[in-house]
Design a protein around this ligand. Structure first.
Ligand SMILES: NC(=O)c1ccc[n+]([C@@H]2O[C@H](COP(=O)([O-])OP(=O)(O)OC[C@H]3O[C@@H](n4cnc5c(N)ncnc54)[C@H](O)[C@@H]3O)[C@@H](O)[C@H]2O)c1
Length: 305
C-alpha cells in the first residue's frame, strides 16, 4: 500500500481483516506514520491471524502481487477532485517510476484523485502492460448508487445491478437504462415498484454529492474506498474475474479513445481481462461523451496526453 494516510490505512485495515494476503507492506514518505499504522494493526494480529503488516521501503516491493496507490493530497471542503491534479500528478509520476523499478510484475490499483486522469498518466508512463494498471474509477460511486436504489426498494444492494460510468467526479453518469433488481430491469417493474423521475433525480444527486457530504462532516472519505481497494486486491490475488466499474483508457468503446474513465471491466490475476460496453440510452451516451470531453480537456491542459 503506497500512502499510509486515511485511505491507505483503510485499505490496509480492510485487507488485513479480510485476510486477503499473507503480508501487507506500508510505504509512505512519512516513514514514522507508516510504522505507527503498521504497529497499530499488528496489535490486532492475535484477533485476525498470522498476517504480517509492516512499514517497508520501496526496494522491498519486488514480491508484491498487487500494489494499492493512495499517496497524495485529498480534497478539502469545497474543492473538487480535479482541483488536486497539479499536486497529485507529480506524486503519481514519482510513484510509477519507483514501482516500475521495484515492483514491475505487480498489478497496480490507483485511488489517488483525480483518479481517471492519474490512471491515464500512470498507464502512459508505466512500462508494464496496460492491463496491469487500473483506477478505482466509479466503483465507489456504483456502490453508493446501488445502496441508494436498494434502500428505496428495501432490498440488499447486492441484489441491485446498476452502474455509474464516466468520471469519478461531478460529471459521472448513473446508468438507469439497464439497472436491474434481482435480474429484473427497473424499467419493467410494475408501477407500484417503479421509481418516479423525482426519486431518480434525488438518488443521482445523492450519489454525485456523496463524497462532499462526508467531507463536510468528517473532513475526508476513507472507509468505503478502503473496502473498494481491498475488494479489487482480492479479486486480483484470487483471479475472481468479477465485473467492476474501474478506470481504464478507452480504446474505441462508445466511439471514444485515449481518455480514462469508469467502464465495467472484468478483473482477474492479470488485471483488466475484459471490457463490457453496455447499451446506453441517447441521453446517457451524450452525458458520457461530455464526461470524457471534460476529462480529456483537463488532462491535456495539464500536459497529460
Ligand atoms: N478514488 C476514490 O474513490 C477516492 C476516495 C477517497 C479518497 N481518494 C484519494 O486518495 C488520496 C489519499 O487520500 P488520504 O485521505 O489518504 O490523504 P492523506 O493526506 O491522509 O494521506 C496521503 C498520504 O500520502 C503520502 N504521500 C504523499 N506523497 C507521497 C509519495 N510521493 N510517496 C509516498 N507517500 C506519499 C503522505 O505522506 C500521506 O501519508 C487522495 O488523492 C484522495 O483524493 C480517492
Amino acid at each position: 500500500v503506497i500512502g499510509s494516510g486515511s485511505v491507505g490505512v483503510a485499505a490496509a485495515y480492510a485487507s488485513f481483516v479480510r485476510r486477503i494476503a499473507s503480508e501487507i507492506l506500508l510505504v509512505d514518505r512519512d516513514v514514522a506514520r507508516a510504522e505507527g499504522e503498521a504497529m497499530d494493526l499488528m496489535h490486532g494480529q492475535a484477533l485476525v491471524g498470522r498476517i504480517v503488516v509492516r512499514a517497508a521501503d520501496w526496494s522491498e516491493l519486488d514480491r508484491a502481487g498487487v500494489v494499492l496507490v493512495a499517496a497524495g493530497a485529498n480534497q478539502k471542503r469545497g474543492e473538487s477532485r480535479l482541483d488536486l491534479l497539479t499536486r497529485n500528478a507529480d506524486v503519481m509520476r514519482e510513484v510509477i517510476e519507483r514501482l516500475d523499478r521495484h515492483a514491475p510484475e505487480a498489478v497496480v490499483i490507483i485511488a489517488t484523485n483525480p483518479v481517471d486522469i492519474l490512471t491515464r498518466l500512470a498507464v502512459g508512463m508505466s512500462a508494464r502492460d496496460e492491463s496491469r494498471v487500473l483506477g478505482t474509477g466509479t466503483m465507489l460511486d456504483s456502490a453508493r448508487f446501488r445502496a441508494l436504489i436498494g434502500d428505496h426498494f428495501g432490498t440488499s444492494p447486492r441484489s441491485v445491478h446498476a452502474y455509474v460510468l464516466g468520471e469519478h467526479g461531478d460529471s459521472q453518469v448513473p446508468i438507469w437504462s439497464n439497472a436491474a433488481l434481482g435480474g429484473v430491469p427497473l424499467s419493467s417493474l410494475s408501477s407500484l415498484w417503479s421509481l418516479d423521475e423525482t426519486t431518480r433525480a434525488v438518488i443521482e444527486e445523492r450519489t454525485r454529492r456523496a463524497a462532499a457530504d462526508v467531507i463536510a462532516r468528517k473532513g475526508f472519505t476513507n472507509l468505503a474506498i478502503g473496502l473498494v481497494m481491498a475488494e479489487l486486491a482480492e479479486v486480483v490475488l484470487s483471479d475472481q474475474r468479477s465485473v467492476h466499474t474501474i478506470s481504464v483508457i478507452l480504446r474505441g468503446e462508445f466511439g471514444l479513445s485515449g481518455v480514462a474513465l469508469g467502464l465495467p471491466c472484468t478483473v482477474g490475476c492479470d488485471g483488466v481481462v475484459g471490457r463490457l460496453v453496455p447499451e446506453l440510452s441517447e441521453g446517457e451516451l451524450a452525458r458520457l461523451r461530455r464526461s470524457a470531453e471534460l476529462l480529456d480537456e483537463r488532462a491535456r491542459r495539464a500536459g497529460i496526453a
